[in-house]
Design a protein around this ligand. Structure first.
Ligand code: ADP
Length: 588
């Protein structure tokens, strides 16, 4: 039997009896309104179903019908520039603001069925194809060419294929397989909880450049890597996620807003279309899919949204693209898990989260990676995952943060004190880390500047020494320091204020290319070296601390990307003023 009757309703959880043929994770339609739900537990013919919509008005006796298939998404041209809810129903801005669905039950199909796409065949009749091979492509937007791939499980010889205008559900190719002819259109369905297959995993070796100095220089994430940003409320998680979505050098961005406030997602909607991708000169929406589940939408849909998002991300990776997925915030997803687990009366683990929390989080992040995708031609694709975590009270020892840190290789620790001092991005350089650092260093040394990694290590070591020097200053005052140490505190202040601080809302500063990051760091350290030299050559410390060029250093971040030669002029000025300081020192 794949039909049952409801026996109990508890918020988003519905219990039904009589579904003996259904399987765990099958999607079911609940009541005559056909609310969408998913079986999350089966005991005999009793199913527990999490319903992705408001269950008001639903009660015992109502019918439940299993669709016999797991929760799946539709993949194909037309995903980009769209916004969906957690189970891939197209969303309009109004619905997001209202915080509820205007209509419950099955709505419009996720991919537009009317739109015609210009399909260009890349295979010919007679070609042998396997899953992952590219049959042809359509220009999905002005920046992304969408590859139409042979779906999983289909293998054989192309019998028919033609160029032309097609809707997503019209046949574009016929494949002669062992089990007869298979007509293919441009839609692939994929169950969201199963990772899409690929050929093999590669070691991530190129950085995902985000244009954020503290990240790219000190705590880089690799293309295909996973990073986590835990931080208390108001510390800047959302701003960082937005910055990365806007500027990271990924081809495709999937932005999952799971459970944050509705107006935050509408900010994204207002802002993103206006933003121009520096690489293409087009709106960043042309390469973006938004998944929105605000905290006032049903809790179960939040649980699904991260899977819906990552499945889409994997699909674009299969085409050979570099994809970045942002999830803001994964804590809301974990809370949804906790709520469902509580209603199922499962044995609670740490802080009420289910015992499987850590494995769910690991499974999710493990879907990131740089891979050779399926298909006969060797092609790379990468999927980087950046998850925000909002630990209650900023307490990093709580279960979601801990489970996340065990799996991700990059930790950007946001610090309440820094955000309070308006030091943004408030990433604490003393406790953050990136395990990709070595590989990324050698990449930047090779492609940007061979002294980059040396500079970076030196700057970090100076910043680490700063805290103990500050301790001394607190105890005995600045006068207790040697002149060398005073200069050291000057340079660390400059590193903090002129390099690490970056204003996300400033036209020039919001995005800083790697070349400029390197020049900025190099110039600050150059100034440090020259002033140390001048000091030992007899310059007066007070004079060194008041050189005019220091003002220029505070404004290095405002040098336009097209005027990077200005850095040379600053260095010349440093030379000149330091020499003058030495000469004056000798006179005195
Ligand atoms: P969270 O998501 O952690 O609650 P937000 O990302 O909303 O915090 O950040 C809170 C506020 O901090 C922002 O509204 C903004 O004023 C400020 N802020 C955060 N990051 C930056 C930044 N890089 N540049 C300038 N201001 C920032």
């Amino acid at each position: 039997m794949n039909k049952g009757k409801i026996t109990r309703v508890s918020g988003p959880l519905v219990e039904a009896k009589g579904l003996s043929d259904a399987n765990i994770y099958d999607v079911v339609e609940v009541s005559k309104d056909k609310l969408i739900g998913e079986i999350i537990e089966m005991r005999g013919d009793v199913a527990n179903i999490q319903v992705y919509e408001e269950t008001t008005g639903i009660g015992p006796g109502d019918e439940v019908v299993s669709t016999g298939a797991p929760l799946s998404v539709e993949l194909g041209p037309g995903l980009l520039e769209r916004m969906y809810d957690g189970i891939q129903r197209p969303l309009e801005k109004l619905e997001l603001l209202a915080g509820e669905f205007l209509k419950r039950g099955v709505t419009a199909p996720p991919l537009n069925r009317e739109k015609l796409w210009e399909f260009k065949a890349e295979k010919e009749v007679g070609d042998e194809v396997i899953p992952g091979d590219i049959l042809g492509s359509v220009d999905e937007t002005s920046v992304i060419n969408h590859k139409i791939m042979v779906p999983n499980g289909v293998k054989g010889k192309v019998k028919e294929i033609k160029d032309g205008e097609f809707t997503v559900d019209q046949t574009v190719a016929v494949i002669e397989t062992e089990n007869g002819d298979k007509e293919l259109n441009m839609i692939q369905k994929w169950p969201v909880r199963s990772p899409r297959p690929f050929n093999r995993k590669l070691d991530p070796d190129t950085p995902l450049i985000t244009g954020q100095r503290v990240i790219d220089t000190f705590f880089p994430v690799a293309k295909g890597g996973a990073a986590s940003i835990p931080g208390p409320f108001g510390s800047g998680k959302t701003v960082i996620q937005h910055q990365i979505a806007k500027y990271a050098d990924a081809d495709v961005v999937i932005y999952v807003g799971c459970g944050e406030r509705g107006n935050e997602m509408t900010d994204v909607l207002d802002e993103f279309p206006e933003l121009i991708d520096p690489k293409t000169g087009e709106s960043i929406m042309k390469r973006t899919v938004l998944i929105a589940n605000t905290s006032n939408m049903p809790v179960a849909a939040r649980e699904a949204s991260v899977y819906t998002g990552i499945t889409m991300a994997e699909y674009y990776r299969d085409m050979g693209y570099s994809v970045a997925l942002m999830a803001d915030s994964t804590s809301r997803w974990a809370e949804a898990l906790r709520e469902m687990s509580g209603r199922l009366e499962e044995m609670p683990g740490d802080e009420g989260f289910p015992a499987y929390l850590a494995s769910r989080i690991a499974d999710f992040y493990e879907r990131s990676g740089k891979v050779i995708v399926n298909g006969q031609v060797e092609k790379e694709g990468s999927l980087s995952v950046i998850g925000a975590v909002s630990p209650p009270g900023g307490d990093l020892s709580e279960p979601v943060t801990q489970a996340t840190l065990r799996i991700v290789k990059v930790f950007w620790g946001l610090d309440y004190d820094l955000s309070y001092q308006r030091h943004f991005p408030a990433i604490n350089w003393l406790n953050s880390y990136s395990l990709y650092q070595d590989k990324m260093d050698s990449y930047i040394d090779k492609t940007v500047d061979e002294k980059f990694s040396k500079n970076r290590m030196r700057a970090m070591s100076l910043l680490q020494q700063e805290s103990s020097l500050q301790e001394i200053v607190r105890l005995i005052g600045r006068d207790g320091l040697s002149d060398d140490d005073k200069l050291k505190l000057d340079v660390t202040k400059s590193l903090r204020e002129d390099f690490l601080q970056q204003n996300a809302f400033h036209e020039t500063d919001a995005f800083c290319p790697m070349e400029k990051q390197d020049l900025m760091l190099d110039t600050i350290l150059y100034f440090y070296d020259k002033s140390l030299e001048a000091l030992s050559d007899g310059a007066n410390l007070d004079r060194l601390e008041e050189l005019e060029v220091k003002e220029k250093i505070t404004r290095l971040k405002l040098i336009k990307d097209e005027n990077l030669e200005e850095f040379d002029q600053v260095k010349e000025q440093i030379d000149k003023e330091c020499k003058e300081a030495v000469a004056k020192g000798e006179d005195e």
